[in-house]
Design a protein around this ligand. Structure first.
Ligand code: GLU
Length: 320
């Protein structure tokens, strides 16, 4: 039997502000799952988009985590210091024919959507209309895109590549995967995102590329994060496939909502989670994860025992 892969999980906050009640849920769940598997838990600061970052928020987040007893097993890494890895991955994708230059401005894309009759609907992303798919046509390079549609067309070729686990099934043009909490998920990524951006016009690397590269380089086997990110999973799985990287297991946690039903987020002015009484903060996060209130002094141990019980089936299936 091949040796079992060592479990490695992570919490990957964007330092756009301090931790709020919603992000603590993802942090706690990823910590609990790593501990339940006797694995490693890492923290990665996703400061890939400096205009959106708040100076000092990274250190505040690390302090908030520490106050709740959530201490990573290795020093955190900052994405802003890892550009060379993203550049290398982009170059690899280009060599393989899975990345192409795009010269479109926002206006060009809008015009193409208009021509195709693709009108904007609330909360619905429109896929890139493919303007530069066959060349820049005299335009100058602005960004790099993943040739998602071409990649999916070449699926049988992609399927020959090594991949980890049998917890997902690829069924072009839809991608079907298994989320440990949400169950079987399905998406046609060409309809949802199309050929998405890998490197932006301002030179910054896109979240999708950075996250896939770092998860692989850090040996992440299990990704636990908020449900608002579930829609990104197919794009990330395709990039993993294109770069011949293993697919981690996924579990998306419930979102904490504001009284008006909107998801709690920094953009919607979610307040920083108050960790002056860590027990209260942890209990709120535990409640969102369907765990019972935990006792002072043994809060994390209590939560861990409940987590193990709740996920026993999945824990056994995903032991490696
Ligand atoms: N940095 C992302 C966020 O804070 C999370 C990325 C991930 O977990 O994949 O929303």
């Amino acid at each position: 039997m091949p040796p079992a892969t060592h479990y490695c999980g992570r919490f990957a906050p964007s330092p756009t502000g301090p931790l709020h009640a919603g992000s603590l849920v993802a942090a706690l769940a990823s910590w609990l799952d790593a501990r339940a598997h006797h694995g490693t838990w890492l923290v990665r600061i996703e400061d890939i988009d400096p205009p959106r970052c708040q100076p000092g928020a990274d250190h505040i987040i690390l302090q908030q985590l520490a106050q709740c007893g959530l201490i990573p097993d290795a020093p955190p890494v900052w994405q802003s210091q890892r550009h060379a890895h993203y550049a290398q991955a982009l170059q690899r994708l280009e060599q393989l024919g899975w990345a192409y230059p795009c010269g479109c401005t926002r206006k060009d894309i809008e015009a193409a959507w208009q021509n195709l009759g693709m009108v904007q609907q609330r909360h619905v992303e429109r896929p890139y209309p493919g303007v530069c798919r066959h060349g820049l046509n005299g335009k100058s390079l602005r960004s790099w895109r993943f040739a998602l549609e071409k990649f999916i067309e070449n699926w049988p070729l992609a399927l020959d590549r090594p991949r980890q686990g049998a917890h997902y099934l690829l069924n072009p043009p839809s991608l079907i995967w298994h989320d440990r909490r949400l169950g079987v998920q399905q998406q046609n990524p060409a309809q949802v995102a199309g050929d998405f951006v890998l490197q932006r016009a301002d030179g910054l690397y896109a979240y999708q590329l950075a996250v896939v590269v770092d998860d692989a380089l850090q040996g992440i086997t299990h990704i636990i994060r908020g449900e608002d990110l579930a829609d990104n999973t197919p794009r990330q799985m395709l990039l993993q496939q294109a770069l011949v990287l293993p697919h981690p297991h996924y579990l998306h946690t419930p979102l904490v909502r504001m009284p008006d039903g909107e998801k709690l987020s920094k953009q919607h002015g979610a307040p920083a989670v108050d960790v002056s009484t860590p027990l209260r903060a942890l209990n709120k996060a535990a409640q969102a994860l369907n765990l019972l209130p935990v006792s002072p002094d043994t809060a994390l141990t209590d939560a861990l025992a409940q987590w193990v019980n709740m996920w026993r089936a999945s824990y056994n299936t995903h032991r490696d």
